[in-house]
Design a protein around this ligand. Sequence first.
Ligand SMILES: [Ca+2]
Ligand SMILES: [Ca+2]
Length: 185
Amino acid sequence: MDTLISPDATAPISRTVLTAFCTMASWAEYSLPNSSILAMAGSAASSSYSRSNTPGAVRHRNHLGVMSANTQSLTTTTTMLDLTTGGTPTWGTDARKPVNGVQVMWTGNTRPDAILRYTGSNNDRDPILVAVGGSVPTATLAGYRIEDTNLDGLVKYAGSANDRDMVLVNIGGAIPTSTRTQQLP
Ligand SMILES: [Ca+2]
Ligand SMILES: [Ca+2]
C-alpha cells in the first residue's frame, strides 16, 4: 500500500481508496498495482491548499486507516508521503503492520467502523459468510466487495486463501475476542 505519488499515466488503476489531508476536502484517489496511491486534486483545491502544513491520511474500504504523525507541506510541486516505511512515523500506536519489511494497513474491516472484531456483535467475520449466501460456508462470490479482505477478487469464507482468516490474523491471530482499533484521531 500506500505511497502518495505524482500521477503516472502509464500505470493502470485497480482500486479506490480515500486520502485526506486533514481539514481539507477529500481528494480523488486510486491505488495502483504497485500499491502506490495516485492523488488527483482539482485546480481549485490545489491553489487553496498550497502552503498548508497538514498530516496525510489514507483510508481503504476494508482496511484500517493510517495517518502520518508529521505534517506535510503542500505546494504546487509533488508531495511524497511514503507510509510503507517505518521511517515515516504514524499517528497512534501500531497503526500499520509490518509484512516482509514493508509497513501495510491492517485488513479485515468488512463492517466499516473503526474496530476489527472476529467475534461478538458487529464483528467483521459474519459479513463474509452473509456475502457468500449465509448458509454454505464453502460458497464463494466474485467481485469488488468489502468482504474481500485479501483483495483477490473473491469473497471466500472457508478453505485456502479465505477472507475470514484475515480478520483473525489481523486482530492478533490467537485470541478470537481480541480487537484492533483504527489509529486515527
Ligand atoms: Ca469493523
Ligand atoms: Ca478474497
